[in-house]
Design a protein around this ligand. Structure first.
Ligand SMILES: Nc1nc2c(c(=O)[nH]1)N(C=O)[C@@H](CNc1ccc(C(=O)N[C@@H](CCC(=O)O)C(=O)O)cc1)CN2
Ligand SMILES: Nc1ncnc2c1ncn2[C@@H]1O[C@H](COP(=O)(O)OP(=O)(O)OP(=O)(O)O)[C@@H](O)[C@H]1O
Length: 199
């Protein structure tokens, strides 16, 4: 790493820390969460996916699982022939890879190498739609994550790629974010105000 790259990495680290602290302290967190739950549910009505990937929330991330669980139950009401499935990420810290495994409420869980709960011994699934947690987001659908590069690496190796939807709070917008060559933009970004990408 040369000096300018090192400076950039340190700035990104500080930015992540700032955004995570701000997110944990949001004074109107409950209202923002309620708004984004509604927005997610309405957005999902227009989609025909049957397998959706999401995440187990950490560090004050928005929790996508209540809206997805309702989406799953709605599928049973309309008797969608193929049962709807929800998956959560399982990471391999050594090879830096990520797969998705079935999750259901009450599913046995265990901690992954980063201390994030993951489904224990459930089947691998291949989501056509992925909800992705954002630490920050920017114009063009760009996302700042925790710095593992798991989504970029996984998406770069998938064909066709799943449709990717970043979930964020309005306070996480980064007006000056400069994407790096490996950054793959999200297909859409939702926050507590609605669909903010594409605009
Ligand atoms: N809830 C949730 N689960 C998720 C993700 C996510 O963003 N949110 N991921 C999305 O990818 C994957 C896990 N990604 C991770 C990426 C980095 C670190 C991590 O520990 N990073 C170092 C800092 C690295 C750096 O800044 O250079 C650290 O925090 O010490 C942990 C998990 C899969 N599961
Ligand atoms: N397609 C790829 N192939 C190999 N390495 C990659 C690829 N995409 C990203 N990386 C590496 O992953 C690391 C982290 O990237 P970045 O800082 O963009 O993470 P992030 O998107 O914020 O984090 P995350 O996706 O884990 O939440 C970088 O060092 C980058 O070189």
């Amino acid at each position: 790493m040369d000096n300018s790259e090192e400076k950039r990495a340190l700035e990104k680290k500080a930015l992540r820390q700032h955004l995570i602290t701000q997110r944990l302290q949001l004074p109107d967190r409950a209202q923002r969460i309620a708004a984004l739950q509604q927005i997610m549910r309405i957005w999902l009505v227009g989609r025909s996916d049957t397998v959706i990937g999401a995440y187990w929330p950490i560090k004050g991330e928005f929790d996508p699982l209540p809206a997805l669980h309702r989406w799953k139950e709605d599928g049973e009401l309309i008797e969608q022939p193929q049962l709807r499935k929800i998956g959560l990420p399982v990471v391999d810290k050594v090879h830096k890879t990520m797969t998705f495994h079935t999750w259901y409420p009450g599913c046995p869980m265990e901690d992954d190498a980063y201390g994030i709960p993951k489904p224990k011994d459930t089947e691998v699934i291949h989501p056509s739609l992925l909800f992705v947690a954002c630490v920050g987001y920017a114009a063009g659908g760009y996302r700042l994550g925790y710095g593992g590069g798991f989504y970029d690496r996984m998406l770069a190796g998938l064909s066709p790629r799943p449709f990717t939807v970043g979930l964020s709070f309005g306070t996480d917008f980064l007006p000056d974010f400069e994407p790096e060559p490996h950054d793959l933009p999200m297909d859409a970004i939702l926050n507590d105000h609605g669909v903010v990408w594409p605009i």
